[in-house]
Design a protein around this ligand. Structure first.
Ligand SMILES: NC(=O)C1=CN([C@@H]2O[C@H](COP(=O)(O)OP(=O)(O)OC[C@H]3O[C@@H](n4cnc5c(N)ncnc54)[C@H](O)[C@@H]3O)[C@@H](O)[C@H]2O)C=CC1
Ligand SMILES: O=C(O)[C@H]1O[C@H](OP(=O)(O)OP(=O)(O)OC[C@H]2O[C@@H](n3ccc(=O)[nH]c3=O)[C@H](O)[C@@H]2O)[C@H](O)[C@@H](O)[C@@H]1O
Length: 446
């Protein structure tokens, strides 16, 4: 099929390349010229495991192209909307201006459907009610465009795998049966490989599909804040939240995933999605239904202050002039994404409190140097930890999780390790002469 993907960021670029991998002819459109130049040359503009190979294969096959020219989307049978919906500055709601612009681009440049309607599939995460508004706009455009809402659930770090082998596919279809069936048929053709592999398919109306997406992210955020609240209780009592999570996770109804306590969630989605969801609930007059999300957000942000306070205590009260080595600055491992990164937020707070910071990250070093020239980003971990009063692991990159505590013991000024992600073995680090500080991990002989 001929496909266009509008917006080639972390979601859209991967979606475009994976659609080409499935055999479709794909053009990716973006307004960012640098990004498009790289993508068109088969070079990934961001760090995402496995993406380089799929991108290169697609571009070399001739089935995958990237452009800033909106006219290039004209003959696509499906247009995917994958532009950003970031948090509005100073407000909880989502900035919908990029989606509005993408819709205008489609109306202006898409060839009208003749034999069957041309499908537009929304993938961006949007406030519930958006799909109906866009659908109404298409109806007034005279272009025979039909909208489906097809939310995306990929995780950064696993984006290629999640796109090609999703846990489920969701179609949000219009209430008009003929249009809905037409949309379903086109989507079935697009996702034939996945449907043949018996990927669960949930078909629903627009609001359900839109809500599924924000409900899923809200649930994940709630799970993380829940375990972080338990970490506070563990800190207050000497309990170990990692054991607690393991024990409750054996219950199938709870499950072991997303129970890793630490410095909390960040990224370009979970934080802004729960806030936009609360804002939308307010507009709908049902804000009380989501007041718990306010607490989820508050608990999450408190983790960052908690980490700063812990660092303060560890170095003896004042951070001023204290040398802190920060290992990991991205919002999670296996990405270079710094959007709402808890690690970067904590580092900024430490810096503001006068700490002498040295930050290393396997993927985001250059990006950080560019964005924050005020922060020191040495080339090597050894340089960063030399003479440190405390070492903090803020993103659990494999290199840091596997770090041999003896290998850096003699480089630091004081052997203090703060494990912001609860990924180290406290005994191993203590045995190597370190003072280990986790997040809700009391000292236990068991
Ligand atoms: N990053 C992720 O893992 C996932 C993101 N999402 C959702 O997908 C959407 C996109 O997210 P990301 O890819 O992370 O954002 P991003 O910021 O990485 O990418 C958005 C892209 O859209 C481009 N853009 C903006 N206006 C445009 C226009 N008028 N025409 C063409 N391109 C335009 C930007 O230049 C940028 O490259 C958001 O709504 C997000 O919530 C959903 C699931 C996963
Ligand atoms: O809508 C989106 O964009 C995506 O948001 C999340 O994916 P992602 O942001 O890539 O990252 P996650 O793996 O969900 O992690 C989010 C944050 O939670 C933190 N986290 C995760 C799990 C955990 O147990 N504890 C914890 O603190 C991570 O460190 C990270 O900062 C969802 O997992 C995806 O399903 C969704 O598609």
């Amino acid at each position: 099929m001929r496909i266009s993907v509008i917006g080639c960021g972390y979601l859209g670029a991967v979606h475009a390349a994976c659609m080409a991998e499935l055999g479709h002819d794909v053009v990716g459109l973006d307004v960012d010229e640098d990004k498009i130049a790289k993508l068109a040359a088969g070079v990934a503009p961001f760090h995402e495991p496995g993406f380089d190979a799929v991108l290169k294969r697609g571009v070399e096959s001739g089935r995958l192209g990237f452009t800033t020219d909106p006219a290039a989307i004209a003959d696509a049978e499906i247009h995917f909307i994958a532009v950003g919906t970031p948090q509005l500055s100073g407000r909880l709601g989502a900035d919908m201006s990029y989606v509005a612009q993408a819709v205008r681009t489609i109306i202006e440049h898409a060839e009208p459907g003749t034999e069957r309607p041309v499908l537009v599939a929304g993938k961006s995460t949007v406030p519930v009610g958006t799909a109906q508004l866009i659908s109404d706009e298409f109806d007034g455009s005279g272009k025979n465009l039909v909208l489906a809402w097809n939310p995306e659930f990929l995780r950064e770090g696993y984006a290629v795998k999640d796109t090609l082998h999703p846990d489920r596919i969701v179609y949000g279809l219009p209430d008009d049966v003929a249009k809905g069936e037409a949309a379903r048929e086109v989507l079935n053709q697009c996702y034939a490989t996945m449907l043949e592999a018996e990927t669960p398919l949930v078909v629903a109306n627009y609001p359900t599909a839109e809500l599924v997406k924000v409900a899923a992210n809200s649930f994940l955020a709630t799970k993380i804040s829940f375990i972080n609240a338990m970490a506070d209780l563990c800190d207050a009592t000497g309990g170990d939240v990692t054991r607690l999570a393991e024990a409750i996770g054996y219950d199938d109804r709870i499950g072991p995933k997303f129970l890793q306590a630490g410095i909390g969630f960040g990224g370009g989605c979970l934080p802004k999605d729960i806030r936009a969801f609360m804002a939308r609930a307010g507009e709908l007059g049902v804000d009380e239904a989501l007041t718990f999300l306010r607490e989820v957000d508050t608990i999450n942000l408190r983790r960052r202050d908690h980490a700063v306070r812990l660092a303060e205590e560890v170095v003896g009260g004042s951070l001023s002039g204290k040398k802190i080595a920060v290992l990991g600055i991205t919002f999670k491992p296996d990405t270079d994404d710094l959007r709402d990164s808890p690690a970067l937020d904590i580092a900024s707070k430490l810096w503001a409190a006068g700490a002498d910071l040295a930050i290393v990250d396997p993927a985001a070093g250059d990006k950080l140097r560019e964005r924050r020239p005020d922060l020191r980003v040495p080339e090597t971990l050894e340089e960063a930890v030399t003479d440190a009063d405390a070492v903090m692991i803020l993103t659990q990159w494999r290199d840091f999780v596997d770090l041999d505590p003896t290998s850096i013991r003699d480089l630091v000024a004081a052997p203090n390790i703060i494990d912001g992600r609860n990924v180290l073995d406290p005994k191993r680090w203590s045995d190597a002469g370190w003072n280990y500080y986790g997040m809700g991990r009391g000292v236990s002989i068991w």
